[in-house]
Design a protein around this ligand. Structure first.
Ligand code: ZN
Length: 204
């Protein structure tokens, strides 16, 4: 089953002025599309053709022969997470999520500061994530295509710190991009849904 490029869950101009239509056209229609197409060509003959994306990412991780497949399949997964992580006017944080941020991450202001700092500390290309690690919220940074799936953690939201994510809108100012991201773009309703689903799984 070939991988397919998921459509953006919002209009191309929905995140302006924080993220432009031009950025989303390049980022989704060119960069993400290329990862999907390259993963589809690299998977041929590996025996992983009928596995799910998550299974392919986990199976190819740390396998030297499948390194290129891992990089492209993981980038497909990461970008799919990214689009779902964003929303226009991200708005008010649901109460349950706010409580968890207070308990696990020292409050909203500290979360924002630490998320930006982790994104800045990622030297070169990579990602910064809000994850649930066995029920506890954490901020995690990953290099290149690495992601929480291979760390056994549940991704709740992510920001892409590859230069292609911000160069058109912010040029070299990664910090300004990350601050805008935490203030305006995180889809908190989805974080709440994922946390609640993870809690229900843990209780079952
Ligand atoms: Zn990207």
């Amino acid at each position: 089953m070939a991988f397919t490029l998921p459509p953006l869950p919002f209009a191309y101009d929905a995140l302006a002025p924080h993220m432009s239509k031009e950025t989303l056209e390049y980022h989704h229609d060119k960069h993400h599309k290329t990862y999907v197409e390259t993963a589809n060509s690299l998977i041929e003959g590996t025996g992983l053709e009928n596995k799910s994306l998550e299974e392919v990412v986990i199976a190819s991780h740390k396998d030297e022969k499948l390194k290129n497949l891992f990089n492209n399949a993981a980038q497909h997964w990461n970008h799919s997470q990214l689009w779902l992580s964003m929303k226009a006017n991200s708005g008010k944080i649901p109460g349950e999520v706010a409580k968890r941020i207070d308990a696990d991450l020292g409050g909203l202001d500290k979360f924002k500061k630490d998320f930006v700092a982790e994104g800045m500390a990622q030297f070169g290309s990579g990602w910064v994530w809000l994850v649930s690690n066995g029920g506890k919220l954490e901020i995690v940074k990953t290099a290149d295509a690495e992601n929480p799936l291979v760390l056994g953690k549940t991704a709740l939201a992510t920001s892409d710190v590859w230069e292609h994510a911000y160069y058109i809108d912010y040029r070299n100012e990664r910090e300004k991009y990350l601050k805008t991201f935490v203030d305006n773009l995180i889809n908190w309703d989805r974080v709440a849904e994922l946390l609640s689903a993870a809690g229900q799984r843990a209780a079952a």
